[in-house]
Design a protein around this ligand. Sequence first.
Ligand code: DP6
Length: 333
Amino acid sequence: MSMSATAVAHPNIAFIKYWGNKDQKLRIPMNGSISMTLEGLETRTKVAFYPEMERDQLTIQGKPIYGEGLERVSRFLERVRRWSGNSEYARVTSQSNFPMGSGIASSASAFAALSLAASTAAGLSFTERELSRLARTGSGSASRSIPGGFVEWQAGTEHENSYAFSIAGPEHWELVDLVVVISTQPKETGSTEGHKLAPTSPLQDARVSDASRRLNLCRSAILERDFEALARIVEQDSNMMHAVMMTSQPPLFYWRPATVRMIRIVKKWRKKGLPVCSTIDAGPNVHVICLQEHSKTLKKRLLDIPDVEDVYTTYPGGGAYLLCRSSSGESEG
Ligand code: DP6
C-alpha cells in the first residue's frame, strides 16, 4: 500500500538573519534568528511513497529535476526513511506561486512543506517542534516556516535544541512585506555555499557575538509593536550580514545598483515620517517592511521606480499545514 500527503508552507523574511553554521551538515546556526512568515506566497508539495520505485523522483513547477536539486531532496528523504522505518522511495511534486532562487527564500517554504508532507506520508506524526527540527536539516530558514506569525529560531548546540517557535501570532501586528523584485535571475552563489564562506570574513565573529543584543531588540520591538525600533535593528542586521558576505573569501556581492537605490529611497521615506524599512537576503531583491495602512500607496510608488520588475504584497501568515493525506496514493493534491 502506498501512502501520500500534501502540505502547504509559506516563505519567511528574516528580521535578524541566519548566516553561517556551527554544524554545516545538521544546519546548527552560528546565531539565532527572527522572522515573519509570509502569507500570499506559498509552496504546495505532495509526497507519495511507492513500494515499486527504485529511486526518488522530483518535479518542481511541472519540470522533472535531476542532479544536485534531486540529491538534496533525496538526502532529506533518507532522514525521514531512517526515522520512520519506511524504506520506500518517493515521488515529490512541488509548486510555488513565486520565482525560485531569487532571494525570496523558496527553500524555506519548499523544505517546510516537504517536511510536513514527507513525515505524514511516512506515517510519522510530528509535533511542531519536531517538524521545525526536521525542516532545518533540509534548509536552515525552513525551520522558521513551520510555525506561523512572528518566529524565533533558537540556535541551540545540537539537533535536539535547534528549532523555531512562534513568539506572536500573525494577528499580533499588521505589518506588510512588499517584496520588490529587481531580478528573477538565479543567484550566482546559493545560500548553502555562502554559509560555508561566512567564517572566512573577519567580521563574522563580531556579527555573531553581537547577535543576542540584536535578537533582544528585535523581539521587544515586535512584542511592543514599536516600528521605529524594529526598523533600526532590521536594517542594521541586514547590513551586518552583507558586510560579512562582502568581506568573505571569495567575497559575495548580492546587491545591484537598483538594490542600493531602493535602500536609499526607503531611508528617505522614513526620514520624512513614514514607518518603512528595508532588508535584503542572499539576492538583489529588497523586502520593504511597512504598516498595512500605507502598503497600497507604497506599492504604487515602488512600481514607479526604474528596474523594479514586480512587487508582491505579503502579510504575517500561518504555519505549515496539511492539505490532505491518503493511504492509496491516489488522492489528488
Ligand atoms: C540570507 O536557509 O537558504 O536568507 O540552510 O543552506 O538552505 P540553507 O540556507 P538558507 O539561508 C538563508 C539565508 C538568508 C537569511 C535568513 O533567511 O535568515
